[in-house]
Design a protein around this ligand. Structure first.
Ligand SMILES: O=C[C@H](O)COP(=O)(O)O
Length: 308
């Protein structure tokens, strides 16, 4: 849609109300027993299983893809009475690893997501950032996670941000576009709300909190602001935009809190992979460990779930 500055500038964030609401989510009694196991199996299908390290290698990416295809150990799948392997929502890698991941996931139906546009800082000339998107799509990425130019937010240059994300949307072609706001850098929740709105207007399929490299990554107050921007955008346009909290989500109990937030703020449609993903490199291991505890009554050492 065209940029509507009235809608962007109408976005406000009441810090104390948001902090109060976020504080009610964490200590709440969560789902237990078989319901918890079911929620955790659901959570696995929502993970963008991620490796974004300077020492990534094709072999590490292939191991990660093998884990994505069989995300829950076969004995646990059988003990839960599930049919077929449990898979993750996607595998997320750097651009040079896309073709390796595409080959390793062939026939699985699991999409490859690639970060792009000079991840994590985004401080490259726009021409090169757009070229990087086109490279990732040509390599076979079905989803592109771009980073926004934070300086445009600090300058409140909403037209500039809109124009860049619009061009990124076009460069994606058929691939889905996730826009990473790097909320830990954005200084205020009002900036988060406004940048969310601009990215959605420019055609983002998902808005994503963080790269995992900022000082503060996915936190609940930011999640509330972004989900409420998604709700406002849907009310205005009828279009549902997805949400991806990323960075620092590594415990199964945190995954349940995020899923509760989605259910309560946006509804059950946002508990499915077309509208919700976790960006996480180490969450799957803890989820598998908790499911093993549900099945056997015993906790295994975390190192037994080393991959992911
Ligand atoms: O987009 C995903 C993040 O980079 C993952 O962050 P994490 O390593 O803290 O789970």
């Amino acid at each position: 849609m065209p940029l509507r500055l009235d809608l962007v500038e109408g976005q406000r964030a009441n810090l104390s109300a948001i902090e109060r609401r976020a504080a009610t989510l964490a200590p709440r009694r969560s789902v237990k027993k078989e319901w918890q196991a079911a929620w955790l199996v659901r959570a696995i299908g929502l993970i963008d299983l991620t490796t974004l390290s300077g020492d990534d290698t094709p072999e590490r990416v292939r191991r990660l893809c093998a884990k994505a295809r069989n995300a829950l150990r076969q004995d646990l799948v059988e003990a839960l009475g599930l049919s077929g392997p449990v898979t993750t929502g996607a595998v997320c890698v750097y651009p040079t690893m896309v073709s390796t991941a595409v080959k390793a996931l062939d026939g699985s139906g699991i999409p490859v997501a690639s970060v792009a546009t000079g991840f994590p800082a985004g401080l490259m000339p726009l021409k090169l950032r757009l070229e990087e998107i086109r490279y990732c799509v040509a390599e076979g990425a079905g989803e592109i996670d771009i980073v926004i130019n934070r300086a445009l937010v600090f300058d409140q240059d909403w037209q500039g941000l809109y124009d860049e994300v619009r061009q990124m949307r076009e460069a994606c072609g058929p691939a889905h576009l996730k826009t990473i706001l790097a909320t830990g850098d954005l200084k205020t929740l009002r900036n988060v709300a406004r940048a969310s709105m601009v990215c959605m207007m420019a055609g983002a399929d998902f808005i994503k909190t963080s790269t995992g490299k900022e000082g503060v990554n996915a936190v609940l107050p930011v999640g509330l602001v972004m989900t409420r921007a998604i709700r406002a955008y849907e009310e205005e346009t009828g279009v549902k935009v997805g949400f991806k909290p990323a960075g620092g989500i590594s415990a199964a109990k945190d995954a349940l809190i995020w899923m509760t937030l989605m259910k309560e703020e946006l509804g059950n449609a946002w508990l499915k992979p077309d509208l919700f993903r976790f960006g996480a490199s180490s969450l799957l291991g803890d989820i598998e460990r908790q499911i093993e505890h549900f099945v056997t009554g015993r906790y295994s050492a975390a190192m037994r779930h080393a991959v992911a």
